[in-house]
Write a protein that binds this ligand. Structure first.
Ligand SMILES: [Zn+2]
Length: 284
């Protein structure tokens, strides 16, 4: 999953209006993606095009069209994981309307025709409404996939404040502020624990959330991809199974695509490692 700002921030995104990043996300096989402020950098019509191309689609519970009074994207997705229902509710920072290009959110008369629930307690109320809805639909766990940030952001819209002003959220997988947070525990409105985790930026880390069979939740960061061990042998032929083979093929294809785009860009990078961290910019 991705916590937003994935299609801008690196050369690969900028040179293709985000389209190459969407190709890579589709090859990798993302399940859920949140909308960040930088998703709007190429205009809203362009974002809608990218959203159509993204296999998993975007979720955001607080980005609304004021003319139609409807949400622009699905607010949440409930994923069945071996019989356990985990709901992901998308939240986008209301800072977007101020810090992006305001004219993108206005009509010809300069009136705002979109909102991110930026007034009063609207953000907390909107998130709570969707959390209540997924609980009513049978979600066993509720995770906010948010682009809010913990610190150095408008305080009332931080993930910490959203956690403190809502109930029934188990964890928040966050983005926006580029913080490296393996696991921060805060109290919700009822004094219960909510975990917050954020991976930094540009795939420096990959976040991991574990729900144990007895219902305990843990978040952590995976910051190193181990070097292949040449002495290691596959214990059996399981890698030849169709499902595994598809996954391996997907990864190879994504890597090859990233290198092709870098070649096309004719930019001299320091190292291949840097190319990859620059090309697959996500979770920021
Ligand atoms: Zn952001």
């Amino acid at each position: 999953m991705d916590a937003g700002d994935s299609i801008q921030g690196g050369l690969i995104g900028s040179m293709s209006h985000g389209s190459y990043i969407i190709d890579i996300m589709n090859e990798v096989g993302y399940d859920v993606a949140a909308i960040g402020n930088h998703e709007f950098d190429y205009t809203i019509p362009m974002l809608m095009k990218r959203a159509e191309e993204l296999d998993c689609g975007y979720i955001s519970c607080n980005f609304k069209n004021l003319e139609t009074n409807e949400l622009v994207f699905d607010p949440y997705r409930i994923v069945d994981m071996d019989g356990t229902k985990v709901a992901f509710v998308g939240v986008s920072t209301p800072e977007t309307i101020r810090y992006s290009t305001p004219v993108y959110f206005q009509n010809d008369k300069g009136e705002y025709i979109y909102t991110f629930c930026e007034y009063g307690n609207d953000l907390y109320d909107t998130v709570q409404e969707k959390v209540d809805k997924v609980k009513a639909e049978g979600a066993d766990y509720v995770i906010l996939l948010s682009h809010l940030g913990e610190s150095n952001v408008e305080e009332s819209w931080s993930s910490v404040k959203v956690a403190a002003n809502t109930t029934d959220v188990d964890a928040i997988l966050d983005g926006h502020s580029h913080e490296v947070t393996d696991q921060l525990t805060v109290k919700n409105k009822n004094g219960e624990d909510v975990l917050i985790s954020q991976t930094g930026t540009k795939l420096k880390n990959i976040g991991k959330l574990t729900i144990t069979k007895d219902g305990k939740i843990k978040t952590e960061l995976v910051d190193k991809v181990p070097e292949p061990d040449s002495s290691m042998e596959f214990p059996d032929d399981s890698w030849k199974e169709a499902e595994n083979r598809t996954a391996v093929k997907r990864l190879f294809k994504a890597g090859r695509m990233a290198l092709t785009f870098i070649r096309l860009s004719k930019v001299d990078f320091d190292t291949r490692r840097k190319c990859f961290s620059l090309s697959i910019s996500s979770s920021s």
